[in-house]
Design a protein around this ligand. Structure first.
Ligand code: MG
Length: 159
């Protein structure tokens, strides 16, 4: 099959006293996200989209949060491992399209840096990485600023 597509979804709850990491970029904000790893919801959603495209289960399967090895893990390392699995299967990344849902902080100023980090990890061009940001119009858990949600779609192809 020359093309395959996958989707990813992730949510992390805000927690004081933690750094906020999104898309592999540190964001200056009084709250961070709670998680076993660095809780980078965007990189987790992208990882799941890539794994999903190749029916390779999910990041919880590959990097269990019960494993002390992944405590405080840098999600960039996890995404790079996922990129390796994609290659092993004989596929390349076509494009990534992702959305971050957050009321605060404002994501847009960080998008170019995120695109660069993600493109590098996946060995693709910046133009192949789309990151969009939206609020939830102050509704629901993201609207109440309880956490951040990320969605991603990934297309992979074989030549
Ligand atoms: Mg996660």
């Amino acid at each position: 099959m020359p093309f395959r597509i996958g989707q990813g979804y992730d949510v992390h709850r805000f927690e004081p006293g933690r750094e906020l990491w999104l898309g592999g970029v540190k964001i200056e904000y009084p709250l961070g996200l709670k998680g076993h790893s660095d809780a980078d919801a965007l990189l987790h959603a992208i990882s799941d989209a890539l794994l999903g495209a190749l029916a390779l289960r999910d990041i919880g399967y590959h990097f269990p949060d019960t494993d002390p090895k992944y405590k405080g893990a840098d999600s960039k390392v996890l995404l790079k491992e996922v990129a390796g699995l994609v290659l092993q299967k004989g596929y390349k990344v076509g494009n990534i399209d992702a959305t971050i849902v957050a009321e605060q902080p404002k994501i847009n100023p960080y998008v170019p840096a995120m695109q660069e980090v993600i493109a590098k990890l996946l060995s693709i061009e910046v133009e192949q990485v789309s990151i969009k940001a939206t609020t939830n119009e102050r509704m629901g858990f993201t609207g109440r600023q309880e956490g951040i949600l990320a969605l991603a779609t990934a297309l992979v192809y074989s030549e």
